[in-house]
Design a protein around this ligand. Sequence first.
Ligand code: G3P
Length: 214
Amino acid sequence: MDIYLDTADLEQLRAGASYGVIDGVTTNPSLVAKTGMPFAEIVPKILEIVDGPISFEVLSTDCDGIVAEGRKLAAVHENVVVKVPIIREGIKAIKQLASEGIKVNATLCFQPLQALLVAKAGAAYVSPFIGRLDDISTDGMELIEQIVQMYANYDMATQVIVASVRHPLHIQQAALIGADICTVPYSVFDKMFNHPLTDLGLERFLADAEKIPK
Ligand code: G3P
């Protein structure tokens, strides 16, 4: 399973990329707003840090506007993936952008049938938001299982990006289900490394190593 960072924060991206295990990045308008930087400034900077698919979201909500924004974004760099909301106009725009060879990440997916529609429209990726479903007492991971199963049934090429991740267990569950990608906030990525027994074990090994005759 590929791991993406779900952030536009340049320091977090640099720190994450330094481990060599980050495959891509997803952003959204809320994450870009948090940086306090203009969108046009942040795009090239993110593209410099991570060499992999990087999703930037359109702001238009009508088909022509989405397509125009999508073309502009895609022209910036080959790694750019155009994030399009799953609304009626968005589906039409996905069909058009995909027919031009532009990779689309269909976002704000909360229902398996939305995932079916965007796959039929030719989206390269779909982003089901599991944490926001969990937040309203609905099993977000069940949505991932259903989409993965549905795509497998019909050999659909759209890749599933597990999004709105809240804790490390979400990443583990996503990988066990067989999701293609999990996009994680830096704070959650950082928790993947830790186990107290690893720290204790290393401490003991190093202490015992001192006892080895030189
Ligand atoms: O990038 C989309 C998604 O991951 C947002 O997550 O935490 O705002 O629900 P969240």
